[in-house]
Design a protein around this ligand. Structure first.
Ligand SMILES: NC(=O)c1ccc[n+]([C@@H]2O[C@H](COP(=O)([O-])OP(=O)(O)OC[C@H]3O[C@@H](n4cnc5c(N)ncnc54)[C@H](OP(=O)(O)O)[C@@H]3O)[C@@H](O)[C@H]2O)c1
Length: 253
């Protein structure tokens, strides 16, 4: 385990939404958190200020910039005194309906979505591995999506990025298990955050809520609790799994 009180945890996209709830969940159980942000500096500062406990830090990087990601992960590990857990949470969800999008916009959506959601997570994981090995093992938890399985007709690059993230996680689960590192995913359905606001507040919002027999979407804390468990030593043998947090809105066997 990394030096200091609790575990050392890096949460990408900790400046708002699900990442904020994940940062809080770890801090509440005594861990030290590096709250990563991309462009929302003030929000990240507010998240940091409201975290219980000591030793939390902010780190910044555009996840589409491989060099910046490398520096950000090393900075987080240096500031926290090591690294026990990486949560790849940051993501983008840009509409690009196939029949209504120009070829230029289509390319832009695919480039940005894959760069952040998939390659950004892959690069952060690559750079975290030496720190996790130095700590004697740990966990990488990726925030994927129901869309990887159910399809994303308006955001096909998003669905593909999350399916890629699941496959990446399972490959890394095999590669890193000998070092005591688990790599897993949580796959939420819609969650009440800014990312989903347009859909949830739009004309199709009620239909989305009705997809679950609970008649609602998830709150960020429900995703955070699954991440917390997947990052725990008790979940280490669940290596490679993808945990659904979708209110039974999409069941798979
Ligand atoms: N909300 C949903 O319905 C839902 C459902 C399934 C899965 N998810 C997944 O859950 C994760 C979190 O989503 P959310 O709902 O919390 O979204 P959100 O409220 O839109 O927050 C997105 C986070 O990602 C960061 N981010 C985005 N692009 C970035 C970039 N280029 N570089 C660095 N950071 C970047 C943002 O940081 P800055 O603002 O600081 O740039 C922000 O912290 C995502 O992976 C998303 O795909 C969400």
């Amino acid at each position: 385990m990394a030096a200091g009180e609790g575990r050392a945890v890096l949460v990408t996209g900790g400046s708002r939404g699900i990442g904020r709830a994940i940062a809080r969940a770890f801090a509440e159980r005594g861990d030290r958190v590096a709250v990563h942000w991309g462009s929302s500096r003030e929000r990240a500062e507010r998240v940091l200020a409201e975290l219980p406990g000591e030793g939390h830090v902010l780190v910044q990087a555009d996840l589409a910039d491989a060099g910046a990601v490398a520096g950000m992960v090393d900075e987080a590990a240096a500031a926290l005194g090591g690294l026990d857990v990486l949560v790849n949470n940051a993501g983008v969800f840009t509409a690009h309906p196939p029949l209504e999008t120009s070829y230029a916009d289509w390319q832009a959506a695919w480039s940005q979505t894959l760069a952040v959601n998939l390659v950004g997570a892959a690069n952060a994981t690559f750079r975290a591995v030496p720190h996790l090995i130095a700590a004697g093992g740990g966990a990488v938890v990726n925030v994927s999506s129901r869309g990887a399985f159910r399809g994303e007709p308006v955001n096909p690059a998003y669905g593909a990025s999350k399916a890629g993230l699941n496959a990446f996680a399972q490959s890394m689960a095999l590669a890193l298990a000998p070092h005591g590192i688990s790599v897993t995913c949580v796959a939420p359905g819609f969650v009440q955050t800014e990312m989903a606001r347009e859909v949830l507040d739009g004309p199709g919002g009620d239909a989305v809520r009705a997809q679950s027999p609970f008649g609602r979407v998830a709150v960020p804390e429900e995703v955070a609790s699954a991440v917390l468990w997947l990052a725990s030593p008790e979940a280490r043998f669940s290596n490679g799994t993808v945990v659904d947090v979708n209110g039974a809105s999409y069941l798979r066997t």
